[in-house]
Design a protein around this ligand. Structure first.
Ligand code: IPD
Ligand code: CA
Ligand code: CA
Length: 263
């Protein structure tokens, strides 16, 4: 796994360098759907990552957001890649975005790599070996109660029309915590839980490439990850609740009480 993790790190650095160098430059942006943007850098970053990983591991398929490589069946191993997590931020010149690469092995996430190019922070985890930023170990926070917690979340695309758009959950939580943050990159939000800047994070409607790497990094930093209803987490079932462990049950209670009927 160590060698595969190194290849993922190399690919994330290379894609991240491109994203940083082209940040706020003149690039093409189009709408996949209303309020769901994609830039030409999403595509270029994905290509860079695939070129590196496919050259080194031609036998390992990839599931990628922009679909340059598609693996929907469940092979023995596959990469799960979000070349640019935080596209809306990137398109608006808001400096919060990441490259996320995970390696799935027989249904389990074994490697997680998330790179924050603007902060030059490389978050890494291999299952059973701890979590790190730039090679230094990281741990979740020690906060014990929700009322002392800083919590992150995010809103799905199609929030205009989707009634399961996280607004009732957000409204309930703001009365119970120190404050809430919505920073627009789920992969980085998870790394902030892993490194203790956030005490918890939830989202209702994410894709496997948003969560796979970051969830492993939280677990390896000593945190807890479930679905928002408290059932076991898998990156393929859209919702996620990640915390330092101590506040998990309390946060889960508030979320459960606030779910809209459509949930
Ligand atoms: C998005 C980000 C955002 C989350 C959205 C995701 P993208 O990913 O992770 O934080 O709220 O639901 O789709 O589209 O920027 O890769
Ligand atoms: Ca994403
Ligand atoms: Ca993306």
């Amino acid at each position: 796994m160590q060698k595969k993790a190194q290849a993922a790190v190399q690919a994330a650095y290379k894609a991240g360098d491109l994203l940083r160098n082209r940040f706020r430059s003149n690039f093409k942006i189009r709408e996949k759907a209303p309020a769901n943007l994609v830039t030409e850098l999403d595509i270029q970053a994905e290509k860079i990552i695939l070129d590196i990983l496919c050259l080194e591991y031609p036998g390992i398929p990839a599931l990628t957001e922009e679909g340059l490589a598609i693996s929907n069946e469940s092979p023995k191993e596959r990469w799960i890649i979000d070349p640019l997590d935080g596209t809306t931020n990137y398109a608006h010149g808001y400096p919060c975005f990441a490259v996320s690469i995970a390696l799935e092995h027989y249904g389990q996430i074994k490697v997680g790599v998330v790179y924050d190019p603007m902060m030059d922070q490389m978050y890494t985890a291999i299952q059973g070996q701890g979590a790190f930023v730039n090679g230094e170990p990281i741990r979740v926070s020690h906060t014990r109660t929700l009322s002392k917690s800083l919590i992150g979340s995010g809103f799905p695309y199609y929030a205009w029309t989707n009634t399961n758009n996280n607004s009732s959950e957000w409204a309930a939580l703001i009365k119970r915590v120190v404050s809430l943050r919505c920073d627009g990159s789920a992969a980085l939000d998870l790394c902030r839980v892993a490194s203790g800047s956030l005490d918890g994070f939830w989202e209702l409607d994410l894709e496997a490439w948003d969560m796979a790497a970051g969830a492993l990094i939280v677990l390896e930093a000593g945190g807890l990850v479930t679905r928002v209803e408290g059932s076991p987490f898998t990156p393929f079932q859209r919702s996620l609740l990640a915390t330092n462990g101590s506040i998990h049950a309390e946060l889960l209670d508030v979320l459960m009480a606030s779910f809209s009927d459509d949930h």
